[in-house]
Design a protein around this ligand. Structure first.
Ligand SMILES: [Zn+2]
Length: 63
């Protein structure tokens, strides 16, 4: 096993924060990735979905 700063960066961040798909496992899909707020999403769909979820949380009662 090889450790490098770059490898750790990839494993820590190259994962869609919405659906959790491992982006580095599928570099052919790179064209559809969307970088938003410093995070890399697998697609625009996930960016939109997470934004919608945040909006729902913001408007929902906390109880
Ligand atoms: Zn995703």
């Amino acid at each position: 096993m090889r450790f490098s700063a770059n490898r750790l960066y990839i494993e820590a961040y190259e994962k869609c924060p919405n659906c959790g798909v491992l982006l580095y496992d599928n570099p052919g899909a790179r064209a559809s990735w969307v970088i938003q707020n410093g995070k890399t999403y697998c697609s625009q769909w996930c960016v939109t979905w997470e934004a919608d979820r945040a909006a729902r949380r913001a408007s929902a009662p906390t109880s």
